[in-house]
Design a protein around this ligand. Structure first.
Ligand SMILES: Cc1cc2nc3c(=O)[nH]c(=O)nc-3n(C[C@H](O)[C@H](O)[C@H](O)COP(=O)(O)OP(=O)(O)OC[C@H]3O[C@@H](n4cnc5c(N)ncnc54)[C@H](O)[C@@H]3O)c2cc1C
Length: 276
């Protein structure tokens, strides 16, 4: 199929974009077009105007402070993969970027587009939830900063208002000894994940945070566990049994395959940061 006819506009500033969105309720933002392109072709999206935000200088800016890294929404996965932007610690951004789809998609797909689309299986959604990132939003009502965990309300659902756009992502930096384990299960390289496990272990700052991603909705966050004991002891096995029980009480508990794949990715992610 082909898209319905639409106008195309390429604003040069965030303010101009907000004005266009406010005046045209049927307008739709396009960034990398990696998701929206197919949606247009299938006529799942039928905007009257496409607003191309990729030439707005403020959306490719990087702000690197002592405690946080802020990435503009239109920074591509490839730019992160190539190390053209700084890291938030443990080289985790480049590591995860390199596992997203394949290079052609990474060259155009953007971090802001990924978060705005909020596909449950998207890599940034899981990783950045585990890193306590926040999205920076601008709209006619002003600017607001929303923790990613509160921004995503369900599968492909966010709290983005119609006249708002994601302008950036603020990622708190890891402490000096902070480590991130990341594991995902895909049917083949380049596919979206069936299960994602993220383990952030930051002894100086926030202890242990786990995220089970690609779980059908918003990422499942577990941040009240003590670190698992090291060594191949019964205590470590018991710890993972408890983790599995914990997952069983979530939406993953209704399907043994889902429960097992998510438990396995979390275990692999944890083994990376707190080896047995
Ligand atoms: C074959 C294929 C495989 C893929 N595999 C993976 C994978 O393994 N892991 C993964 O994480 N992702 C994967 N993706 C998704 C891809 O990485 C992109 O992140 C994703 O398509 C969205 O980014 P985009 O910049 O292309 O957004 P677009 O397609 O341009 O837009 C997507 C949606 O977000 C909105 N939007 C875009 N930017 C903004 C903004 N700044 N503010 C508000 N709204 C905005 C648009 O209006 C649209 O609704 C895959 C995509 C394809 C085509």
């Amino acid at each position: 199929m082909k898209p319905v006819a639409f106008d195309y506009i390429r604003p040069s500033s965030i303010a101009e974009t907000i004005k266009i969105l406010g005046e045209n309720p049927d307008a739709k933002i396009i960034a990398g077009g990696q998701t929206l392109g197919p949606m247009l072709n299938l006529r799942l999206a039928q905007p009257t105007i496409l607003v191309d935000i990729t030439r707005i200088p403020d959306l490719v800016r990087v702000d690197d402070s002592d405690d946080a890294l802020t990435l503009g929404a239109c920074i591509t996965h490839a730019a992160i993969e190539d190390g053209r932007v700084p890291d938030a610690g443990d080289n985790v951004l480049a590591r995860v970027a390199r596992g997203i789809a394949y290079r052609a998609v990474r060259s155009r797909g953007t971090i802001g587009g990924s978060l705005a689309h909020a596909d449950p299986a998207a890599d940034w959604l899981s990783l950045l939830t585990a890193l306590r990132a926040s999205v920076l939003l601008h709209g006619r009502g002003g600017e607001r900063t929303v923790p990613l965990a509160a921004f995503v309300s369900g599968p492909m659902m966010t709290n983005l208002a119609a006249d708002e756009l994601v302008v950036g992502i603020r990622i708190p930096k890891l402490g000096r000894n902070g480590r991130v384990g990341y594991s995902k299960i895909c049917r083949k390289v380049g596919d979206f994940a069936e299960a994602i496990g993220v383990a952030v272990y930051d002894p100086e700052r926030k202890g242990l945070r786990l995220v089970a991603g690609a779980a059908g909705g918003a990422p499942i966050l577990i941040d009240d566990l003590a670190a698992p004991p090291s060594g191949q002891s019964g205590a470590r096995s018991a710890w993972f049994d408890d983790l599995r029980s914990r997952l069983q009480s979530t939406s993953l508990g209704t399907d043994v395959y889902e429960l097992n794949t998510h438990t396995a990715t979390l275990r692999r992610a944890l083994d990376e940061v707190i080896p047995a």
